[in-house]
Structure formats: structure tokens, C-alpha cells
Ligand binder design. Structure first.
Ligand code: ADP
Ligand code: MG
Length: 205
């Protein structure tokens, strides 16, 4: 069973990764956006960590719902509502129970990613975070580690794409040849999940 502590560790591991990689995320965003993705997410996930410390939610769904709300209220860019929706929709699917299975989390994440697609209207191939998230949830069937690998490959796969959604789409052909910053950060979120699962006593496949 995955408890609230597991989900808090996932969020704090994501916050650490975003903090460590903020420079790279902003660099990617400076090529095809407005150079704020790293600072946006750093601010957002620092606020998530603080909110979780303060509220101490005791159910997995409550952890992700609070994290999602916090991202929506603290991240200025498009990525705030998108990641906020991902976490809030996943939280809703997890429900109020104090513990959930790895399978419940997998199914909930599928719903979360579908909600991101509905909100932003992006489809695979549009050079967005969807290009990391969709293959990641498909690979969740296999393992959390496979999902992290698929997200990373998906992010790298955005390089030859042309952006059709978000700020980068204004560049048209000039977005080709650059990795999407949101796909890169989605890979960090999935890597943090795999890391948290690997560090869980008893192991989570
Ligand atoms: P902004 O573009 O407002 O500056 P950020 O820089 O924080 O916001 O986030 C940009 C990222 O958000 C993009 O790299 C992309 O992955 C994601 N994104 C933007 N618009 C969409 C959309 N409509 N659907 C899915 N993802 C999107
Ligand atoms: Mg930006």
C-alpha cells in the first residue's frame, strides 16, 4: 500500500529535481519560449513542499490535491494549471482512502494525463509535456522505472517536432530542433516517482 508519506516523498523528490534542473529547464524555455519554465516550477514546487509541511495531509489524494492547488496558485505560466490539473485529477481518482495500491495509482495517473490533454488540447506529436506523459502512463503497466524511462525518451523525442500548442507554437518551424521544456520537466516528475518507488521498503514495482 502507498500511503500519504509515499506521495509526500514523491512531491519533495520532484521539488529537489526541479530545483537542481531549473537552469536547464529555463535554458530549454529560452530557446522556444520565454525563459521562465525553470523558475516557474521551482517557485511552484517550493510552495508545494511548504504547503505539505504545514498541512500534513494524511491521505494520498489529499497530498496530490493540495500539491495541485498550490501549483495552480503559484505558477504563473501555462504549466501551472496543466500540472495542477494532472495532480488534482489524479487525486480525485485516488479518492479519500489512507492507502492506495500501485495499480490504483497507475489508473489514477492515466486519468490525470487525460485531463491534461483535455485542458490544453495537445495531442502526442504537438511538442508539449503530453509527449512525455502519454508514453509514461502507457509504460506504467510495466513498472515505475519503465515509466520514467519512457518519459525521458518522450522528452528527447520532442526535439524534431514542431510545436502546435503553447507559446512555442508561435515560432512555427523555428521550434523544430529544440526539446520542449514541459516535456523535460514531466520526465523529472516521473523520475521522482520511480525513485520514490525504488526507495520504498518492500519495493514497489
Ligand atoms: P509559459 O509557456 O506560459 O511560459 P511555462 O514556460 O511554465 O509556461 O511552461 C511551458 C510548457 O507548458 C511547454 O513547454 C509545454 O510543455 C507546456 N504547455 C504549454 N501549453 C500547453 C498545452 N496547450 N498543452 C500541453 N502542454 C502545454
Ligand atoms: Mg515559459
Amino acid at each position: 500500500m502507498l500511503d500519504a508519506y509515499f506521495f509526500r516523498r514523491w512531491m519533495t523528490a520532484t521539488a529537489s529535481a526541479v530545483d537542481r534542473e531549473a537552469g536547464r529547464l529555463t535554458e530549454l524555455d529560452s530557446a522556444i519560449g520565454d525563459a521562465d519554465h525553470g523558475s516557474n516550477l521551482r517557485r511552484g514546487f517550493a510552495a508545494v513542499t511548504a504547503a505539505l509541511d504545514e498541512a500534513g495531509p494524511s491521505a494520498p489524494g489529499d497530498v496530490l490535491a493540495l500539491a495541485g492547488r498550490t501549483l495552480i496558485s503559484t505558477v504563473g505560466g501555462a504549466s501551472g494549471p496543466l500540472y495542477g490539473t494532472l495532480l488534482r485529477r489524479t487525486a480525485k481518482a485516488l479518492g479519500p482512502e489512507p492507502g492506495v495500491s500501485a495499480d490504483q495509482l497507475r489508473r489514477a495517473l492515466v486519468e490525470g494525463v487525460e485531463a491534461v490533454g483535455r485542458l490544453g488540447g495537445a495531442r502526442p506529436g504537438d511538442q508539449t509535456m503530453i509527449d512525455a506523459l502519454v508514453p509514461a502512463v502507457a509504460a506504467l503497466e510495466e513498472s515505475f522505472a519503465a515509466a520514467a524511462g519512457a518519459a525521458l525518451a518522450g522528452a528527447e523525442g520532442t526535439v524534431p517536432m514542431r510545436a502546435r500548442k503553447g507559446r512555442a507554437s508561435y515560432l512555427g518551424e523555428r521550434s523544430v530542433g529544440h526539446q520542449d521544456p514541459g516535456a523535460a520537466s514531466a520526465a523529472l516528475l516521473m523520475a521522482a516517482l520511480a525513485e520514490t518507488a525504488a526507495a520504498t521498503v518492500g519495493g514497489v514495482r
